[in-house]
Write a protein that binds this ligand. Structure first.
Ligand SMILES: O=C(O)CCC(=O)C(=O)O
Length: 257
């Protein structure tokens, strides 16, 4: 798949790009089955790094990551063919996988405060990510909202919690609703946010992040660094840490639930 001039112009202008129906039904079904499989790893102490949150219905899986070493199908999807090729077209040079995660956003699952990803993605300055929805991402289920045209550098921040509230309040936020099969590419400097899932079904999505190959290969280093930082967290606080950034708005799992 080659990006056309209009798609390239939209990417440069907006800092994100939606490709409707880029994955066929067979591929979507396969990815959905993989996500079910990985979700089961979280429940059974399987491989990968898994994070939980408290919802009104009880504890729920919020995120799984560091997965490709344990899943050949997922590894191939992320490192060969369409996705890595599209990332390369956006960089203008071959791309390399930096990290991969599934955000499950189960019913009642928390949203994310307005943020740019770049500060949390250490070791390389610039990345592109793709959201691959497994379930419909709608305003009600907690789709991404993006402020277009602000992907040229870091905006003022509120410590580690994302954008400074007055800065975020001044941006023009647009919801990006997606169906399974669509892809949403976004720059690591594109401001984005999302809300709680208010529906009674999950809003699962893969998020795959790439850097330009010429910048190096940091995937192993990224996860070593993240695991080390998470080992040092004390688990205190009103929100759960899913990321090196503290922008997830979900609640920590309550003891005894
Ligand atoms: O999945 C979402 O709702 C938002 C994800 C996000 O912004 C993140 O993981 O940094």
């Amino acid at each position: 798949m080659r990006l056309d001039d209009e798609q390239r112009a939209a990417w440069s202008r907006d800092g994100y790009l939606v490709l409707r129906g880029a994955l066929d039904e067979r591929r979507v079904a396969e990815v959905t089955a993989w996500v079910d499989e990985i979700e089961a790893w979280a429940a059974t102490g399987g491989p990968g790094l898994h994070h939980f949150e408290q919802t009104d219905a009880g504890p729920a899986i919020a995120r799984s990551e560091d997965l490709i070493g344990h899943h050949p199908g997922l590894r191939a999807l992320l490192t060969e063919g369409l996705l890595v090729d599209l990332a390369g077209q956006l960089f203008g040079e071959p791309a390399r996988l930096y990290k991969e995660k599934i955000n499950y956003k189960q019913p009642g699952g928390g949203g994310f405060a307005p943020h740019q990803d770049a500060p949390a993605y250490r070791f390389v300055d610039h990345h592109v990510s793709v959201m691959v929805p497994v379930d419909p991402a709608t305003v009600a289920s907690g789709c991404l909202w993006v402020a277009r045209g602000h992907d040229r550098g870091l905006l003022p921040r509120d410590g580690n919690k994302g954008l400074r509230p007055d800065v975020a309040a001044g941006l023009d936020w647009r919801p990006v609703e997606l169906a399974p099969g669509d892809l949403m590419w976004f720059d690591s400097y594109a401001p984005h946010r999302s809300d709680t899932n208010t529906t009674d079904a999950g809003r699962r999505a893969l998020y795959l992040t790439y850097n330009a190959s010429s910048a190096g290969d940091f995937r192993t280093t990224y996860y070593e660094d993240k695991r080390a930082e998470f080992d040092d967290l004390d688990g205190e606080g009103e929100t759960v840490r899913l990321s090196i950034a503290d922008d997830f708005l979900g609640r920590p799992v309550e003891a005894g639930r």
